[in-house]
Design a protein around this ligand. Structure first.
Ligand SMILES: [Zn+2]
Length: 387
């Protein structure tokens, strides 16, 4: 399975200047290649190389591999554009949007990412440094930060090229690693995951028999969201360029914070399932739009994106750990009694409480829902593995 490892570079001011000059140079070269491709209607990597390779190498002081990567980047961008045009993703023939895309060469941001192969980039994993080609010569002993896990993965499984990327004033290297498939463990029960707002995820498992459940609070995340919403309101009123820039930065910071929270929760859930020899039951969110339109309108606007992300992080980490994942029908999980199966809207008098009107069973509402999801996981697994 493919895994993307992103490490943050810690360049000295001088090293950072060399990296910046390099991205500027390769992207000016990319624009030049793109113009030529557009004017001569030549889009294949091989043909473009014939026409532009020597020229951009000389004009921008590019190393041989860097020039080839620039040409390939342009060729790939046109391949993607042409596929989008063919598939009608940019509108019908003659539509304004489509005409705009067709009428001029593709441009590249001055700091757009650039690919590096092993001849232009080498890593000293133990020292946590890289040596990288720049237009100002080879930069050596460029430090990077990475977790012990990332270092291990990079050392053992990295394959192919890496991308040098600049984002929000920081530098990153993105590497693709190819990990061997982990055999799936046979689940001895299921951890059910209920997604919510107050509690981002609540789990309860069939395997341990206790059914008490663990709540992963969304307090920190909701506080950050609230703070950002306030700030956003103030900035949007201003409409100046600097306010817009700040707004964009805040939005990215919020996205990163949410992603980080989701990573932590996903890791806890997968670790718990792995430790107890269970699988994980997730709500099938395909239908969440219909469900929330009826029940909880605020969910879809604010949180569906985050729910999908948490679900995909869990699925991904589970696959790496050999933990089985099953998707269950999420309807009525909050109204159904996990003890006797009775479904009634009145079983859930408020956000936090579940109290069965039939058998009297009482539990935190999210834990009750998670228990339902867990037992649907057991049933679903039995059905799909009956043969
Ligand atoms: Zn009941």
């Amino acid at each position: 399975m493919k895994l993307v490892v992103q490490v943050k570079l810690l360049p000295t001011p001088e090293q950072a200047a060399a990296l910046e000059a390099t991205l500027y140079a390769v992207n000016i070269a990319a624009r030049q290649v793109s113009r030529l491709a557009f004017e001569q209607r030549t889009f294949r990597n091989y043909d473009l190389r014939k026409h532009t390779y020597e020229q951009i190498k000389a004009a921008h002081g590019l190393a041989a591999q860097a020039a080839q990567h620039v040409i390939k980047k342009v060729a790939d961008a046109y391949t993607a554009l042409h596929a989008n045009l063919r598939n009608g993703n940019l509108g019908k023939q003659g539509s304004p949007r489509r005409l705009r895309a067709e009428s001029k060469p593709i441009t590249f941001h001055p700091l757009a990412a650039q690919s590096y192969d092993d001849r232009c980039l080498s890593r000293q994993i133990d020292a946590q440094t890289v040596s990288i080609w720049t237009v100002r010569g080879r930069v050596k002993n460029l430090a990077f930060t990475a977790s012990a896990d990332q270092l291990k993965t990079l050392a053992a499984h990295r394959k192919g090229e890496s991308d040098l990327m600049h984002r929000d004033g920081m530098w990153f290297l993105i590497a693709t690693c190819d990990l061997p498939e982990v055999p799936l463990n046979h689940p001895g029960g299921f951890v059910g995951v209920d997604l919510g707002i107050a509690n981002i995820a609540t789990t309860s498992s069939t395997g341990t028999g206790t059914g008490t459940g663990t709540r992963h609070s969304g307090k920190g995340l909701n506080a950050v969201r609230h703070r950002h919403r306030e700030l956003r309101r103030r900035l949007q009123a201003k409409k100046t360029k600097s306010a817009k820039r700040l707004l964009k930065r805040r939005r990215r910071a919020e996205t990163r914070f949410a992603a980080n929270t989701n990573h932590v929760i996903a890791k806890q859930i997968v670790t718990e399932a792995e430790r107890t020899g269970q699988g994980i039951a997730l709500e099938d969110l395909q239908g969440i739009r219909e469900r929330v339109r009826l029940r909880k309108p605020q969910r879809v606007t604010l949180h569906s994106w985050s729910f999908h992300q948490l679900g995909s992080f869990i699925a991904y980490k589970a696959r790496r750990a050999g933990v089985a994942v099953i998707y269950v029908d999420p309807s009525y999980t909050s109204q159904q009694c996990s003890h006797c199966g009775h479904v009634d809207k009145r079983n859930r008098p408020d956000q936090e409480t579940f109290a069965c009107t039939s058998c009297g069973f009482a539990e935190h509402a999210d834990v009750n829902a998670a228990r339902n999801i867990a037992s649907r996981g057991v049933t679903g697994w039995a059905v799909s593995h009956a043969a």
